[in-house]
Structures are given as C-alpha cells and as structure tokens.
Design a protein around this ligand. Sequence first.
Ligand code: S3P
Length: 434
Amino acid sequence: MNVTYCISPGGKLTGTIKVPGDKSISHRSIMLGAIAEGVTEVSGFLEGEDALSTMNAFRAMGVRIDGPHHGRVTIYGVGKHGLTAPKQVIDCGNSGTTMRLLSGLLVGQGFEVILTGDETLLKRPMARVADPLKQMGALIETKEGGRPPLAIHSTSALNSITYTLPMASAQVKSAVLLAGLYANGVTTVIEPEVTRDHTERMLEAFGYKPTINGNSITVDNTAILHATTISVPSDISSAAFFMVGAAISEGSDLIIKEVGINPTRDGVIKILELMGADIRLLNITHVGGEKVADIHIKYKPLKGIHIPEELVSLAIDEFPIIFIAAANAQGKTVLSGAEELRVKESDRIQVMADGLVSLGINAVPTPDGMIIDGGSYHGGTINSHGDHRIAMSFSIAALKASSAITILNCQNVATSFPGFDKLARSTGLEISVL
Ligand code: S3P
C-alpha cells in the first residue's frame, strides 16, 4: 500500500494534544515483560507497527500477550528461560530496535531463530550487534556486508565481555546488556556518549538494578525479573513534529500532554531552546522511573545555531524535524558529529538535504551532518523514501511553504505514529491522505 500526503500551505498549530506512547519504552516493556516472572500490565503502549512487530515475535516464542486495547497490554511472563523456539522466521518489519534488541536477547536462549525484516530493514547494518555478540560466544550469522536476515544458532554458553561501543547506539548497548543477562560472569558496556537509557531504567523497574558508573553499565546473569506495571509516557520523538510546527508558524500556541522528557532524550528541547524557541515544561512528574511533562510551545522566530555535538545522541531521531526548524530559522544552522543519521530508516542526511533543496532551501549535506541557510521556500513533491520521520517532517514544513507539499511513500508513518494525519489536522495542519 502506497500512501501519499498532500498538505496545503500555511496555518498554525493550536490546542492541547497527546501523542502516542514512546516507541523505545513500548518495545522494552514487551521484551522484559516476556522474560519476567508473573503478569506485567502496560498502559500507554504504542500501537504502531514497530512495537507490534516486537509483540508478535514474543507471541511466536510462546508468550501469551493480550491487547493492545486502547494502549493496554497484558504480558504473561514466562521467566528468563521460558521462551520456546518459534516455528517460523521472525519478521521484524521495519523495526531496527526489534531486530537488534532481539538478537541480544535470543543468543542465549539455546534455540535456533531467524530474524528478517522489510526491504528497508534488510539494508541496515547488523554487524554492530553481531560482532560483540560473537565475542560473547554467540553463533550468529549475517548476510554479506553484515546485513539481515540474521540466523542465530543454539550455543551451550555465553561468556561475559567488557565492550566499548564503537558508536553511540542504545540499540547495540541494549543488545549486549540483554545477552549479558544470560552470560557467565559480569558484562560491561562502555558508551562513547550517553544514549537513551530505557533498558537500564526498565531493568530496575523489573527489580534488577544494573551497576552504572559514568558511561559504563554492568549486568550479570543473576538477574531475575519480576513482573510490574508500566505506564508508557508519550513519545518525545513524535511530540517533536508538533513542537517544531508550533515554533515556526505565527500564532501557534500548543500544549502536548505527558511527554517523556528523560534526560537522555531531551536534546530536541535543548536545541530548540538554543534556537530561541518559546518552550515551557509544565507539570513535571516521574512515572515509572521516567520523567514526564506537558510541553507548552508558542510561535517565536528562531535563529540558526551551531548544534553542540554533545546534544547529538540525545536528539538522534529528531534531526529530520530539527532540519525543518533550521530551514525556518534566521541564519545558518550547522550540524556535525551525526554520521549515525546515514544508517537510520533512510540516509537522513541525504534524503533531508535533497528534499530541502527541492523546496528552494540552501542545504548542504556533509559526511556527518548538514549546513542549512534558513529562508523562505516553495512547495513541491518530496520522496520520503519510506522513512516515517522524513514524511512527518516535510508535512510540518508545509506550514511555512508558499505552495502545497506532496509527500510520497508515507505508509511507514504507521510504524511509529498511527493517527498522525488525524491529530495533525486537529491542531490546524491541512493534511489530506491519498
Ligand atoms: C533506539 C535507539 C536509536 C534510535 C532508535 C530507537 C532504541 O537507535 O535511533 O529509533 O530504542 O534503543 P541507535 O541505537 O541505532 O542509535
């Protein structure tokens, strides 16, 4: 199914909205709930295709999971050693998180499994997880060039390792930590920069506290997880589209309710603040170990900035929409240190630069970032290359275009943000779906 978005130019975003549940936390709630002892109740679960891929994978490995019904999911944990061999290949769909975290979790199970995915996922790098897992003694094969499908063979024992991540990646960190729950001895992961820490926080919610020392995280195989109740906050990565939409369009005044603002995820707030945005965090609380707030954002002219490199990993999924903010800012915005953007659901540096240039913005891609001169732009047709975040970013760009924007290949918006078009329409974006 091919989905096209058509967005009329202009408008402003107003009202009070709630965006769907956090994708990273939703994946992890299923994974840890499945290997816990007892029944875990989840609310606010993201009913998007990526999180459903994780859910279906565990059903195929013998875990009873009820739901989702309006974000509620019940997971009947089978314990650390209770998963059973799936009868078929596990299809991770478009979801890199499903494939990479499952690899780590499954290498110690003592059964054979094949992990595959859609056309996009089959092009993404998996050696980054296979390499450390092999160092632990896992028998895991990739296709040529370290691409999926992945074949995991049964192994008698996993060894622990101390692994220094070659890139800032929460998926690789999590894969090694999950394998470490099954390895003999003590497994430590050292990160070059802080990345999202939902795995560590959720392990603690399930009653097992990893040892954290600066950028090093240690687990061992004594971990026994106990079922719990998880309330998934709204996804800051989904909220970011509306934050930028409100920041760039005159007259906007928007509140986004109960958004997760975990300090390892709040880079987009900090970057927009540096650009001069009018953002306020209201009703800050903690829900299940995660910091949550309502985000109030109003229109205020933005200025171009040099994005501090220490914020890159804290905003890694938000750069497509941050580039739209930069295109609407006064002056130049420079991003560097973000080469990881080239291996996301698309090459987000190239695809965003191509789209911006086709609208008349001076955007120059660099190996690890982009230089964007803010200015006015026209409409046109954009190919999102099946990347959900590119599709949503250019939808928001239409608020400031001088003519309509048509976006091709938008079907994968359903992987992370089911109902995006409807919610966007309710705030004032004139978006129609073909
Ligand atoms: C994620 C980690 C990030 C992010 C992805 C979700 C996670 O990927 O881009 O959308 O849930 O751990 P990397 O680990 O590749 O940076």
